[in-house]
Design a protein around this ligand. Sequence first.
Ligand SMILES: Cc1cc2nc3c(=O)[nH]c(=O)nc-3n(C[C@H](O)[C@H](O)[C@H](O)COP(=O)(O)OP(=O)(O)OC[C@H]3O[C@@H](n4cnc5c(N)ncnc54)[C@H](O)[C@@H]3O)c2cc1C
Length: 408
Amino acid sequence: MERADVLVVGAGAAGLMAGAFAGRAGAGRVVLLDGARKLGAKILVAGGGRCNVTHHAVDARAYAGSSPNAIRKVLRRFDVPATVAFFRELGVALKREETGKLFPVTDRAQTVLDALLRANREAGVEVRHPFRVETVEKIEGGFRVMGEWGAMEARRLVLATGGRSLPKSGSDGHGYALARSLGHSITERVFPALVPLVLPDGHPLCGLSGVTVPATLQLRSATGRKMTAFTDSTLITHFGLSGPSTLDLSRYWLDARHDDPGAHVTANWLPGTAPHDLDADLQALGTTVLRFLRERLPDRLARFLLETAGIDPETTGATLTRDGRRALVEAATAFPLPFAGDRGYRYAEVTAGGVPLAELELSTMESRVTPGLHLCGEICDVDGRIGGFNFQWAWASGHVAGVSVVDG
Ligand SMILES: Cc1cc2nc3c(=O)[nH]c(=O)nc-3n(C[C@H](O)[C@H](O)[C@H](O)COP(=O)(O)OP(=O)(O)OC[C@H]3O[C@@H](n4cnc5c(N)ncnc54)[C@H](O)[C@@H]3O)c2cc1C
């Protein structure tokens, strides 16, 4: 039986981080096993192929799932300056863009993947793939992992198998079964996050496919209580909505409607404009409503909102009726978005749910259930906003796991 000191299952962002730091810390023989034929698929597709490595202002409140306090405990052990320094040391300089996102100066995700693989190589870590792990078991003095390729044993095991999003990358949720078989629970609900949302077939908004505008998407409970809102670029597509605002909102809508089927979303296409301000502007309007809207919105959306409100585009302020004005204010600032569902894991950037952080010792990411087992990355019940937050979780939790697998 082949034996290592540490086995890391999953060579994505979190596993590569854990491997590199385990190797550097002198954990002995460290072997990374990954089921994928091609390594690092998610790092390569991230950020449109540029890899949004992190965000300059990472805060636990930008995450959901486990409690912000628990998430913060891990994030502060390997923060953004530490991430920047780590990549710089590997020869990957990061640049900060206006949005606060950090990318490699090369604008190439491959640079990031190459650096992580090099860090593992230089730390003496063996990376093997395609080595899919089918089962794991606790044995005397460690763990045995098995797959079609055979079996291996180690005194410590790191599970970094990700979630269910983008299953063709190799992250198909099997890691949850592995964690369960070692005594962990998985949150009752596991669902796509950062995922485009679908409108009912034939919804008129889909006719504006291709239009991108800044908008505020507001989620409310059935009783009208404001739950959360995101203001960002919003892309109208042939199936519904995408773009950062929609992706950020998606997990909150999917979560809310599970308990409250009446939870609903509206769009304010004029973010920052309150209904009464728009109403006042329309009352004082010295021009046509179309011209007014076109100064603020793309032509197609402006015409669509007028049609929705039943107003002739050439109507002037003087001839706009009170009912017409109210209908237009509602269409522009509280446009109902009766989402029917989401685009699923194939299009989701992350997975909500997973192993609750309450089951881990957060200073080491070691299991409180099965000593010697560590978990890191997206397999944990942590999902972040768009903008580099999910990788930062992977770097931080992977680092904590990696430096903690040294015995004696
Ligand atoms: C299209 C897209 C774009 C994204 N862009 C960004 C971005 O720009 N910035 C950002 O912060 N986040 C982004 N994300 C999210 C980010 O990629 C993930 O949060 C992050 O990769 C999670 O890292 P991980 O190592 O935990 O899991 P993963 O990256 O999913 O890695 C898990 C690894 O485990 C392997 N594995 C799974 N099961 C087994 C098994 N049974 N045996 C062996 N190996 C196994 C898989 O093959 C995979 O390599 C994006 C995600 C997607 C899908």
